[in-house]
Design a protein around this ligand. Structure first.
Ligand code: ADE
Ligand code: ZN
Length: 322
């Protein structure tokens, strides 16, 4: 049982954290037919491409600053209830723009949700702006420019999510240059749907401190050694990987192999209700399915805090809470 362990998460997409009950109430509010994204009380999708479409449909149910504040506060309170002390939330200004809310108001709602959850529970959180790869390089560059000029102190990182099979990392490298020059922490989804080459591209062209997933790097032992040498942190999301059939089951998931090889790894939920998981569930699986001891799981939580995109004073405060 990992219930009493302190937890930290670096990889959760805010719209992907919307519980089905909340999505249903938002659908009612805006007169959207739930059959467009849900079947038998669960989000409906069959493969990665359908998952991305379902995600975008659920994202479109959040249309005001208050909707985003509610979504964010609800998720962070849930995390705090299971002893989570830190969370990085992946947000996409494109979603704010696409529903006509605008990126500033979208971020204002998320910021209000973070502040309310922190005041109520003490949980610390930061915002990672992401470009969506399937919206194309221009949109990802625009997201980076937006993040770079944001003067919101909670915006501390830049990411790229979405359809990994669209284009190559090189097409998006400029966006990461912009974010790096602005002093943002860098992470990128790679090696989830695509193979080891995608992780190698990310290391060559983006030089990120962390990689979202990265798990298919296991296909190339040389690349695994490179991850160890660089100290790159993999934000591993086992429940997501199994739901999306990146690996058929826990037994074939490479988390233990990475850990044994000395790759820095941490545990994350990605889009919890889409994959029938939660951060608490992922921590339990780390013990029950992967066989990690409490001390090893605490080590992964420590890795998450060490790799968090926060100022050093906050990092020291968080480490002292472990
Ligand atoms: N697992 C995932 N991979 C890529 N893009 C995403 N957006 C939300 N979840 C994602
Ligand atoms: Zn993700």
């Amino acid at each position: 049982m990992t219930r009493r362990l302190k937890k930290a998460e670096l990889h959760c997409h805010i719209e992907g954290a919307a519980a089905p009950a909340l999505a249903l109430s938002q659908a009612g509010k805006y007169g959207v037919d739930p059959a467009t994204f849900m079947r038998d009380g669960s989000y409906a999708w069959n493969d990665f491409a359908e998952f991305i479409k379902a995600y975008d449909r659920v994202a479109a149910l959040f249309r005001t600053e208050e909707d985003y504040a509610l979504l964010t506060e609800t998720y962070l309170r849930e995390l705090a209830d299971v002893d989570t002390i830190y969370s990085e939330i992946i947000v996409s200004p494109d979603h704010g723009d696409r529903i006509g809310l605008g990126a500033d108001t979208y971020l204002a709602g998320i910021t209000a949700g973070i502040e309310a959850a922190r005041a109520a529970t003490g949980i610390e959180a930061r915002i990672i702006v992401t470009g969506e790869r399937h919206f194309g390089p221009e949109s990802v560059i625009a997201a980076a420019e937006y993040a770079a000029r944001s003067n919101n102190p909670l915006v501390t990182g830049f990411n790229m999510a979405g359809e990994e099979r669209m284009g190559r990392v090189a097409d998006y490298a400029r966006a990461f240059d912009i974010a790096r020059e602005a002093g943002l922490g860098l992470t990128i989804h790679a090696g989830e749907v695509c193979g080891a080459f995608s992780v190698a591209d990310a290391l060559d062209l983006v030089k990120p401190a962390r990689i979202g997933h990265g798990v298919r790097a296991i296909e190339d032992p040389e690349l695994v050694r490179r991850l160890v040498d660089l100290g790159t942190v993999l934000e591993v999301c086992p429940g997501s990987n199994i739901a999306l059939k990146v690996f058929p089951d826990f037994a074939s998931h490479p988390l233990v192999k990475f850990h044994e090889a000395g790759v820095r790894v941490c545990i994350n939920s990605d889009d919890p209700p889409f994959f029938d998981t939660s951060l608490a569930q992922e921590y339990d699986w780390a013990s029950s399915e992967f066989g990690f001891t409490d001390a090893e799981i605490d080590g992964m939580t420590r890795t998450a805090i060490e790799a968090a995109f926060v100022d050093e004073e906050t990092r020291a405060r968080l480490l002292a809470r472990l």
